[in-house]
Design a protein around this ligand. Structure first.
Ligand SMILES: NC(=O)c1ccc[n+]([C@@H]2O[C@H](COP(=O)([O-])OP(=O)(O)OC[C@H]3O[C@@H](n4cnc5c(N)ncnc54)[C@H](O)[C@@H]3O)[C@@H](O)[C@H]2O)c1
Length: 667
């Protein structure tokens, strides 16, 4: 299959420059082409200033900025695009101009170069008719700001080959994107419901259902967003909303452009946002606005599901990642339930005299958070909930159990890979679940979940197949506990590993205190669990926590079975790590923190630093964690102290203050 290494981006405007920036950031060589040098210069200087902002915010070093810029080669000469494996078009939204460009590119590029359009409103299939190889033509729809927003919609046209779709999927992952698949339907998935959401807000204003301030304030709460529809239109340009809605009008009467929106564009003014967030809203008003905006959104989303534009999982993901809605449409459907959703959607459909879509049925709202692919003797299980960093909750654990059991029972499967999608392998357990049950005094739910999680992890640990963990990013707490059940652990260079539990008032409860000690010894397990030290891939390999550092592109080779997977390697600890291992083996955390420790190998400064780090951790959590590691009675021993730890004030404080500095009292 085509491996994409060099990429062309045509159009150095708002989207093209940002797309090129992201590709270059992820290490790809990018040819950035535009009509004239001045547009390229403008695009590149825009990229530079965004990267410089990143230096100020300590995201990039100056050296990294120069490396990224060196990866971008501005060119007005289309012939230079010959070198590209993939070309992404991001020029004006004009069908004929785009087709002309593709006809020209078709004559320049080699027969296996993939051509992609970033169009927002045209048909990929129709545009593909302008090239001689429509099987290597595809839609790649990025979202503003394309260097920061991780969502990309992959849109295969009628003739796009599966190889092309697969190649751009892999490339999207390697270029730091979270891809979703959509059919070649107008508006694809996200704009299809997002733009009517803006338009319907204008209609509510028109009909006096709410003022701008009221509609924005209510929507911010309902969808969990920082800006309401009117504020958003002001930020991205009111005329863009009008243009985008016009392209959707043929879907039916409810999609007709709002008069108020047309008038606002004609006035060349932004919406007046005064009062947003400050207005007092009556419950009746809130209900009226919610009924209408949810009715509209869930009506369109039900159509999307009925027409199979995309899956429920991708629909929800598109909203959460692309639009940064804290609650995606499927989350909202599940929250309100079938009866209430039907009521709101029926009410909405009646206004426009449109049929109620079949997709409204709750059976269509199922989301898949753990996926499985089989390639010959290799089964790959992907923790696939990137919008929530693949955090473990009851549903995810249930799906992992189901997928792993299936793979484990297949006689032809010899190797099971477990990996993650997006930025994380698994960023821990779902904290919300703990807090909800602690507040409701239903700690038995936490015990039941943990016990079930332990059973699933035990199944993975005891499997007779070769189980390989591929860490593709953050592996924190529960993520590392899952990883430790694998026979072999591989990690990409940007992997970060830690046990943050004692810093949030609890201890690892899915085998973390036990399997870490089994893998790297009690001393280093104590060091990791008590200090919460974040490790990079190199350090994790030095201490034997992972076996091999691999390149991101290798992941797909292992998954497809084309590259043999390395075996577990015994690591010999370096002198520094041996000293830390011995120090924690010989000393309790209390001795270390009080200064009454035994030590002949580590300098005092380093010990003081570790003691200081531990002084920010919850004392009861540290005590239990240490006892569990020392006793080494197996993962199920972690269940014994679960109620005790989740009953502490420290646990409540820690779990409700994630990311904030707190002072634990040991209560
Ligand atoms: N702006 C958004 O939020 C957004 C989001 C998703 C998709 N899109 C789509 O992305 C595409 C680009 O949008 P934009 O907002 O970046 O536009 P833009 O006007 O900012 O940039 C377009 C660039 O293309 C260049 N260009 C035009 N014709 C060209 C040609 N034949 N060869 C080379 N360069 C050419 C122009 O000089 C300009 O620099 C459009 O199809 C748009 O629908 C935009």
């Amino acid at each position: 299959m085509k491996k994409i290494k060099t990429v062309g981006v045509v159009g150095a405007g708002t989207m093209g420059a940002a797309i090129a920036q992201k590709f270059a950031q992820e290490g790809f060589t990018v040819y950035l082409n535009d009509r004239e040098q001045q547009y390229i210069d403008k695009g590149i200087s825009g990229i530079r200033s965004i990267l410089e902002e990143g230096v100020e915010r300590k995201i990039f070093t100056q050296e990294k900025v120069e490396n990224i810029l060196n990866n971008i080669k501005g060119t007005v000469n289309q012939q230079d695009l010959k070198a590209c494996d993939l070309i992404v078009e991001a020029i004006f939204e004009d069908f004929n101009v785009k087709c002309e460009l593709f006809k020209t590119l078709d004559k320049i590029v080699s027969a296996d170069t993939i051509l992609a359009t970033n169009t927002s409103s045209f048909s990929v299939t129709e545009m593909a008719a302008s090239v001689s190889h429509p099987e290597r033509f595809v839609g790649l729809h990025y979202f503003y700001h394309a260097a920061k927003n991780r969502l990309v919609e992959i849109i295969p046209g009628e003739k796009t080959s599966p190889e092309t779709t697969k190649a751009v999927y892999e490339f999207s992952v390697l270029s730091g994107k979270d891809p979703i698949y959509t059919a070649d339907a107008y508006g694809f998935a996200v704009n299809r419901f997002f733009v009517p959401w803006l338009n319907e807000s204008c209609k509510m204003l028109e009909e006096g259902i709410g003022s701008i301030a009221e509609i924005d304030t209510i929507c911010m709460k309902t969808f969990g967003i920082g800006m309401g529809p009117f504020a958003l239109m002001n930020a991205t340009g009111v005329p863009i909303a009008l243009h985008a809605q016009k392209t959707l009008e043929h879907f039916g009467p409810s999609y007709k452009v709002a008069k108020k929106l047309e008038e606002q564009v004609a006035s060349k003014q932004n919406w007046d946002l005064s009062g947003t967030g400050e207005v007092t809203i009556s419950p009746e008003k809130e209900k009226a606005v919610n009924d209408r905006i949810l009715g509209c959104t869930l009506f369109v989303c039900s159509q999307i599901l009925e027409e199979k534009v995309c899956t429920a999982t991708d629909l929800n993901r598109g909203a959460k990642i692309g639009l940064r809605w804290r609650f995606g449409p499927i989350d909202l459907m599940n929250k309100y339930g079938e009866t209430e959703v039907k009521r709101m959607v029926n009410q909405f459909a009646k206004i426009y005299n449109e049929p109620v879509p079949n997709g409204i049925k709750a059976g269509n709202w199922k989301m898949e958070f753990v996926s499985m692919d089989i390639n010959g003797s290799v089964a790959t299980i992907t923790m696939n909930r990137p919008e929530d960093m693949n955090a473990l909750n009851e549903e995810v654990m249930g799906q992992l159990d189901c997928k792993f059991s299936q793979a484990d029972a297949m006689p032809n499967v010899k190797t099971i890979i477990i990996t993650g999608s997006g930025k994380a392998f698994v960023a821990g357990a779902d904290i919300k679940f703990f807090v909800k049950n602690m507040k409701a005094a239903s700690l038995n739910n936490i015990v039941t979940f943990t016990k079930y999680g332990q059973d699933v992890l035990e199944k993975i640990d005891k499997s007779s197949k070769k189980v390989v963990g591929i860490l593709n990013g953050l592996a924190l707490g529960g993520g590392m506990e899952l990883a430790l059940c694998c026979d072999v652990l591989l990690a990409v260079p940007k992997t970060k590993i830690a046990f943050p539990e004692t810093g949030i008032g609890i201890y690892p409860g899915l085998g973390g205190t036990q399997r870490t000690a089994l893998r790297i010894g009690k001393g280093l397990a104590k060091y990791l669990v008590l200090t919460g030290q974040m490790l990079d891939a190199v350090t994790a390999k030095e201490i034997g926590l992972i076996d091999e550092i691999i390149q991101p592109a290798d992941i797909f080779e292992y998954i497809s079975g084309t590259k043999p997977i390395p075996d577990r390697k015994a690591q010999v600890l370096g002198a520094n790590w041996q000293a830390i291992a011995d120090f924690y083996t010989n000393n309790s955390y209390k001795k270390i923190m009080s200064g009454a420790y035994e030590n002949d190998k580590i300098d005092k400064e380093a010990i003081d630093k570790m003691a200081k780090t531990m002084s920010f951790k919850a004392p009861i959590a540290m005590k239990f964690a240490e006892e569990l590691i020392e006793a080494a009675k197996g993962p199920s021993s972690e269940l014994d102290k679960l109620v005790a730890i989740f009953s502490t004030k420290d646990a409540m404080l820690g779990l409700t203050s994630i990311g904030k500095k707190v002072e634990y009292k040991g209560e």
